[in-house]
Design a protein. Structure first.
Length: 289
C-alpha cells in the first residue's frame, strides 16, 4: 500500500510539472508597441503640414529631447475621419483638481528617444486599415543652448507644457523645484541652467501643431493634436502572431523658436529674447517590420 501511494504521488507531481511546463510555453499575446523618436533632420512643418521657414525677426534651434509625454493617440482610417471618430488606442489621465478639466501631469506617461511609450494587446485594437495617426502632445523636456550675459554659451534644460491644459502640482529640473499647484494652458514653460530657474508663458496660439488634414479634419485650437500619415498604411487583421511596432517620429527641426533682440541666432534670455514656439514640427508614423 505504501508503494502504491508513493507511485500515485509521483504521478500527480509529474502531471502537475508537465502542466506547469506547458503553461510556461504558452505564446504571449501579440502587442501593439508604440515607440517615440525625435528627429532634427525631419521636415519642419507649419500648422497646415506644409514646409515652414523661420519668420523674420525670429531664430530657432533643434533641442535635444530627453523625454516626452502624450495624452491621446488615435488611428484614423481616412482623411475625413473626424477627431475622436477613429480608433483611440490611448487616453492619458485627466483631472479637475485645478478647476477646468486638464491633463494630470503627476500621473502622465513619459518616454525618451527610441523608448517604448505604450504597449497594449493587439486584440484591443479594432481590425481595419489605418492611414493616419493623431497624437495629442502634453509635455516635452530637453536641452537647449543659450548665450549668457557674459557672452559665453551654455546648455540649459527646458520643460514645455504643450497640452491643451495641464494641472501641475510640482516638478523638478536638474534639482530646481517648481511648485505650481494650478492649471497651466498650452505654452507654459520652465527653464533651468547653471542653478538658476525661470518660468513663463508663450503667447496663446503660438505653439505650432502640424495637421495636414486641416481642411478635412480640423482640430480644436490649443489641443496640440499633431497628425501624420503612414507611408503604406497600417493594417490590423486580428490574426497577428507577432508584435506590431509603430515608431512615432517627431520633427524637432528648429522646433524651439524665440524673438531676436541681438540678431546672432543665439537664444539670449538676459537680453529680453522671448520664447514664442515650442511645438514639434511634424509627425511620421513608421511601422517596423
Amino acid at each position: 500500500m505504501k508503494i502504491l501511494n508513493l507511485l500515485l504521488i509521483v504521478c500527480v507531481v509529474t502531471v502537475s510539472s508537465c502542466a506547469s511546463d506547458a503553461d510556461d510555453t504558452t505564446p504571449a499575446e501579440p502587442q501593439l508597441i508604440i515607440k517615440l523618436k525625435f528627429d532634427p533632420t525631419q521636415a519642419r512643418l507649419n500648422n497646415l503640414g506644409q514646409p515652414s521657414t523661420i519668420p523674420a525677426g525670429n531664430a530657432a534651434q533643434s533641442p535635444t529631447i530627453r523625454r516626452m509625454s502624450a495624452n491621446y493617440i488615435e488611428f484614423a482610417p481616412s482623411p475625413t475621419t473626424l477627431l475622436g471618430q477613429g480608433e483611440i488606442i490611448f487616453t492619458g489621465p485627466e483631472t479637475t483638481s485645478g478647476g477646468n478639466n486638464a491633463i494630470n501631469f503627476q500621473s502622465a506617461t513619459f518616454a525618451g528617444n527610441d523608448e517604448v511609450f505604450l504597449s497594449i494587446p493587439l486584440s484591443e485594437v479594432s481590425n481595419g486599415n489605418y492611414d493616419w495617426v493623431r497624437v495629442s502632445l502634453a509635455y516635452q523636456e530637453g536641452d537647449i543652448t543659450f548665450k549668457a550675459a557674459n557672452g559665453n554659451d551654455y546648455s540649459g534644460t527646458l520643460a514645455s507644457f504643450v497640452g491643451y491644459n495641464t494641472y501641475i502640482t510640482s516638478f523638478n529640473l536638474n534639482g530646481s523645484s517648481f511648485n505650481v499647484n494650478a492649471n497651466r494652458l498650452q505654452g507654459f514653460w520652465a527653464f533651468e541652467a547653471l542653478g538658476f530657474a525661470s518660468q513663463g508663458q508663450a503667447p496663446e496660439g503660438a505653439t505650432t501643431v502640424p495637421n495636414p488634414l486641416f481642411n478635412s479634419s480640423p482640430i480644436p485650437q490649443g489641443s496640440c493634436v499633431v497628425t501624420g500619415p503612414f507611408a503604406n498604411g497600417l493594417t490590423v487583421t486580428g490574426n497577428e502572431t507577432q508584435d506590431v511596432v509603430v515608431t512615432l517620429s517627431f520633427s524637432i527641426n528648429n522646433s524651439f523658436e524665440w524673438t531676436e533682440v541681438n540678431f546672432d541666432g543665439k537664444y539670449e534670455p538676459t537680453a529680453g529674447e522671448q520664447v514664442v514656439d515650442m511645438g514639434l514640427r511634424g509627425l511620421i508614423p513608421i511601422v517596423e517590420n
